[in-house]
Write a protein that binds this ligand. Structure first.
Ligand code: HEM
Length: 159
């Protein structure tokens, strides 16, 4: 094994996570609250779909890169057995966060979520955007927890 490849995988992993979770942070703490405060309901949905639509493309790429590099690192370290150990909860959490975003971006959104949210927002914009904000806060918080756990765990912190 060329150790440089492993380090490059780690660089790809972190770059992908920075761009992806950073974007989720922006949508959660800046975009959605501003849309809820400033926009009329009919403009709100249109603007949200345009802006989040662009981010969703980037998120798809960064999710693929984070997942691919993560699996590569697990393979190189031959560390699959960590999934059976509770002290590696951060690996479980990283994988869980990844799975939820992957399902939302690649399966739920195209199948029904986009259409469903559009209908909900047309019916009751305040409620739809409130629920949207809560969902984003939950996913953003879990992502931050996964990052804290992964940083600590992979640099020797004993959980
Ligand atoms: C299928 C999904 C994923 C897999 C298989 C995976 C796997 C890994 C592996 C094997 C490591 C190296 C651990 C070590 O050196 O002991 C790692 C590090 C890390 N991962 Fe993931 N990961 C995934 C998703 C994520 C996600 C979604 C996030 C962010 C929310 C994330 C954030 C991190 C961070 C911050 C590190 C620490 C890197 C360091 O400090 O050097 N990962 N991941």
């Amino acid at each position: 094994m060329n150790y440089n490849h492993f380090v490059i995988a780690r660089i790809v992993h972190i770059l992908a996570v920075v761009l992806w979770i950073g974007g989720v942070g922006f949508v959660t703490t800046v975009l959605i609250p501003s849309l809820r405060k400033t926009q009329k309901p009919e403009d709100r949905l249109k603007l949200f779909e345009t802006l989040e639509g662009r981010f969703s493309f980037q998120a798809k790429i960064t999710t693929l890169l984070a997942g691919g590099s993560g699996v590569y690192m697990l393979n190189v370290m031959d560390a699959w057995s960590r999934y059976t150990m509770l002290q590696y909860w951060w690996l479980h959490l990283m994988t869980f966060v990844w799975l939820i975003f992957t399902l939302v971006l690649f399966v739920f959104e195209p199948l029904f979520l986009h259409k469903w949210f559009h209908q909900q927002a047309e019916k009751n914009s305040e409620k739809a955007f409130f629920v949207l904000q809560v969902m984003h806060i939950i996913m953003f918080a879990l992502s931050l927890l996964a990052i804290i756990g992964a940083m600590a765990g992979s640099h020797g912190y004993q959980f």
